[in-house]
Design a protein around this ligand. Structure first.
Ligand code: SAM
Length: 313
């Protein structure tokens, strides 16, 4: 899967791309990332990306023209049909000065060609339908694990990072497929949100976590109580399955500053461990996210445990 990030702060992402799973996913070419400097799509001496809001009020707004040009250079056409520059010109322009316009992520890991060339080839082989243009916005649909699962089957996600008071709404209307919010708070810019969306989505791409199943067995896993598996003899129980929060995890030492890891985890009885973990999942979910219980797939045993936990509270 390819991620394209449009931002006025391309340097923001450098550290993020160079660590952990996102670095490995790029190295293994499971994920490629292009970071596009919005200022490269301006034409004035000051490389202006913002302007004052119509109607007055605080702050500045990201202008539509540089964003439209950036998206068209990535092969995205306006829903209105018109474009600021013809697709041919956009492609030629990007190829000509692609090095200037594109900051490829993670020291060249992110791909050998320009995004316009990749977009063109994506369109040639009919995969444009699996591209989504996403505006990061506090006003957007809430980004959840379910949305991450929707995105993880795409070929390409284009993430537009707003700044200041936001993005001229016509960009949303003309180019975007969805607005996503990572939570009910206001960030200074869309970059952190783009990193969150990229990270959560990338983990669900087959092969990225190494173990195909692991994404299914985390918090917010698919609400399917039948998910149980043994991995190399280790009981996975229903780890995160059923749409519940994950259970607590422990590792060595068994005794840490006077607190012992739960004995049940040390005794090697897989059935008891499975039951204990399931109960912990129910406890955590009830305590921290009771709303998830409404959608969770609970069997008769889960319901009995839940009643018992509620009575103990
Ligand atoms: N005026 C906007 C509002 O009240 O909804 C806030 C703009 S915010 C200061 C600047 C940019 O940060 C936004 O355009 C968006 O890209 C990003 N942003 C802020 N909060 C976000 C959130 N919860 N989720 C995703 N992006 C967010």
């Amino acid at each position: 899967m390819r991620f394209e990030i449009v931002t006025i702060f391309p340097g923001f992402f450098a550290g993020f791309f160079e660590h952990g799973i996102v670095r490995r996913a790029q190295a293994e070419r499971l994920v490629t990332i292009g970071v596009h400097d919005l200022r490269a799509f301006t034409h004035d001496r000051h490389r202006t990306v913002d302007d004052r809001p119509f109607g007055g009020g605080e702050g500045m707004v990201l202008k539509p023209e540089p964003l439209a040009e950036a998206l068209e250079a990535l092969g995205i056409e306006s829903k209105a049909g018109g474009s600021l520059c013809s697709p041919t010109l956009a492609t030629e322009t990007s190829r000509e000065d692609g090095a200037r316009k594109v900051v490829e992520a993670a020291a060249g890991n992110a791909g050998p060609s320009t995004p316009a060339a990749e977009a063109a080839s994506a369109q040639d082989d009919g995969t444009r339908a699996k591209t989504r243009v996403i505006l990061l916005s506090a006003q957007g649909r809430r980004f959840t694990q379910a949305v991450a699962r929707e995105l993880a089957v795409l070929d390409r996600a284009i993430l537009i990072c707003g700044r200041y008071e936001g993005v001229d709404e016509r960009i949303n209307e003309l180019y975007c497929d969805m607005e996503l919010s990572i939570g009910d708070y206001v960030l200074s810019g869309g970059e952190l949100a783009a990193a969150v969306v990229l990270d959560a989505t990338m983990r669900l791409i087959p092969g990225v976590l190494g173990n195909e199943a692991s994404g299914e067995f985390e918090s917010f896993g698919v609400p399917d109580a039948s998910i149980t598996s043994d991995l190399e003899g280790v009981p996975r129980s229903q780890h995160g399955a059923g749409g519940l929060l994950d259970y607590p995890h422990y590792t060595r030492p068994a005794d840490f500053r006077g607190l012992r890891a739960p004995e049940v985890l040390l005794n090697g009885d897989h059935q008891q461990i499975r039951q204990w973990r399931r109960e912990q999942q129910l406890r955590k979910t009830l305590a921290n996210r009771p709303d998830l219980l409404e959608q969770a797939a609970l069997n008769a045993e889960d319901r009995r445990l839940l009643d018992q936990i509620r009575r103990q509270r």
